[in-house]
Design a protein around this ligand. Sequence first.
Ligand SMILES: Nc1nc2c(ncn2[C@@H]2O[C@H](COP(=O)(O)OP(=O)(O)OP(=O)(O)O)[C@@H](O)[C@H]2O)c(=O)[nH]1
Ligand SMILES: [Mg+2]
Length: 329
Amino acid sequence: MTAALGELLERARGGHRRSIGRLLSVAERGGADADELDALTVACTDRAHVVGVTGAPGAGKSTLTGALALALAAQGLRTAVVAIDPSSPVTGGAILGDRIRMDDAVAAVRDQVFIRSMATRGQRGGLALAVPGALRVLEACGFDLVVVETTGVGQVEIDIVGEADTTVVVLNPGWGDAIQANKAGIMEIADVFVVNKADRPGADDTVRDVEHMLDLGHRGVDGSWRPPVVRTVATDGRGTDALVTALADHRGALVRTGELEDRRTRRITGEIRSRVLHALEDAVTREIAAAPGELADAVARRTSPAEAARSVAARLLHPDRGRTGHGGL
Ligand SMILES: Nc1nc2c(ncn2[C@@H]2O[C@H](COP(=O)(O)OP(=O)(O)OP(=O)(O)O)[C@@H](O)[C@H]2O)c(=O)[nH]1
Ligand SMILES: [Mg+2]
């Protein structure tokens, strides 16, 4: 497979869209091919600005991302968008609509913009492993900006936007939107706020709410970055240039303070951790399945579950000693 993957990567790096799509499928599926692909892309030294975009359903994230991609294309920059689809079948129809809306917006600059959906399939671990690999593919393909769009404010979304160099939280005018976001903990993760649908009443109030919360304290980049609050009307592109500036400013701050490297170190640490935990989980499952005696003893209440667990753990942690009995822990 290596030769085939290598060829695909070469074509993808040349801008061949179907090859990019196929590589992303490999990354998404995981397994041995994804590992081989990782070994190839990790050697590519291109670096994209990774931007996470999150916010409530329907806040205008996709429309805004399309407008952003257009503005960047006008500057000769290439953008890739990974939209993390909610796995809920209820919103299944909206996903297609989403892609069409974005595709329409960017049709004129098709060569500079690449859009792809990835399914969560309700699995945290699945995406935690698939997204970093997909980002490496897109970086290797030379995109200047990679946007990861997630809907909602659950842990999965927060984990995913944690992959980003810059996290954009999209809010709308309306009572309490900022306050809701604060309660859900997404104010904490924002590097840039967007109040989208600023053509609707109440935008000023929402901006004021956000600024007020920022006055009350924000961790910032190295304490020196205060997230800007940008107003946009994504449907006609108003405010998009200000967003481009805010993103560039944030990236500048990340570089200046050394935080960019820190964030990337945390990202790699997190990925390694996820991979090790997955491997351990598999090993634990295998080891328990291979120890029916211990399981039967625990079920029959001849031993306690704690004892059985200690015995299984001892074998896993000390494979040389574990086979002889319960010792070792
Ligand atoms: N009035 C107004 N409508 C907007 C604006 N931006 C987006 N919309 C509309 O809001 C609706 C939702 O936009 P999307 O871009 O799909 O929102 P989203 O946040 O990606 O939605 P999900 O991915 O489903 O969470 C669409 O009907 C857009 O046309 C805006 O600035 N003003
Ligand atoms: Mg969307």
